[in-house]
Write a protein that binds this ligand. Sequence first.
Ligand code: CA2
Length: 144
Amino acid sequence: MPGTILVLNGPNLNLLGTREPDIYGSDTLDEIAGRLEDRARELGVEIDMRQSNHEGHLVDWLHEAQANGAKAVLLNAGALTHTSVALHDAILAIRVPVIEVHLSNPHARERFRHKSYVAMAAKGTVAGFGAASYLLALEAAATL
Ligand code: CA2
């Protein structure tokens, strides 16, 4: 639907809440989606939250955001953040603003997480606030 904010989640984020709560928090992705839905209702925006373990699905959904006239995309590309030129190119290929989201702060972690192909193409990044990163990114997206 035109004006929707797409919330895209990459590999392994379906496992949230089951392991590594010290790094990623104890909320499941469904719980985060619920909180985003509540806040979206208050802000008067529509969200559509998805998750895939496959890079191509994320590329297709970015293209779909453009084709359907989405307002913005919140993208937590998981580990693909640090490897995917395809996602970088897809973000540059669309005019819809993309906000990079991370639960953890990749810059405070291993060196291989310091490079982000998503950040180089995104409008901005919210990272390090756990589930609240998504809510802060939604606030930003709603004002665009
Ligand atoms: O902090 C983030 O949001 C990340 O995008 C999460 C990715 C990681 O590769 C990025 O560097 C930062 C990993 C998601 C994996 O999520 C899991 C959840 C529960 C158990 C294991 C992995």
